[in-house]
Design a protein. Structure first.
Length: 136
């Protein structure tokens, strides 16, 4: 099972970009190893870019992605991780979505498919990442 970060989905459904081929190929490879998930955070981030809920649902269906709810343990881990981040001087307010995704993957013991590995490597080092970086 693999949890997708929003950036990969946007690469796949968006206009041609430098990342589109990598994201399409990575999505296809991950699909061969099990179900592909998004969570509420990814759904919401997609909703900020797509005009209607039925269109978001259509994208998920076409890409064979299932919506998996974040377990309450994951929600707690995300909050605690964010608290630690702020205590250590973190000032970016928009990192919380990454903490929800990372915590979901951690407690569900699934990989994350992403192009932005930095927040996950830093705060969820035990989560397996699938990234463009060959070392992952």
């Amino acid at each position: 099972m693999t949890l997708l970060d929003t950036n990969v989905i946007l690469d796949v459904i968006g206009p041609p970009s430098d990342w589109q081929i990598w994201s399409v190929d990575a999505l296809d490879r991950c699909r061969q190893h099990g179900p592909l998930w998004v969570n509420e955070v990814v759904f919401a981030e997609l909703s900020a870019r797509i005009n209607s809920e039925p269109d978001v649902q259509r994208v998920l269906s076409e890409l064979e992605l299932s919506l998996e709810r974040i377990p309450t343990t994951g929600l707690f881990v995300a909050g605690q991780t964010y608290r630690r981040y702020r205590k250590l001087g973190g000032s970016r307010l928009n990192v919380l979505p990454d903490f929800f995704i990372g915590a979901h993957a951690e407690v569900s013991r699934v990989s994350i498919l992403t192009r932005d590995a930095r927040p996950y490597r830093t705060y969820f080092p035990q989560v397996r990442l699938i990234t463009p970086d060959a070392s992952d």
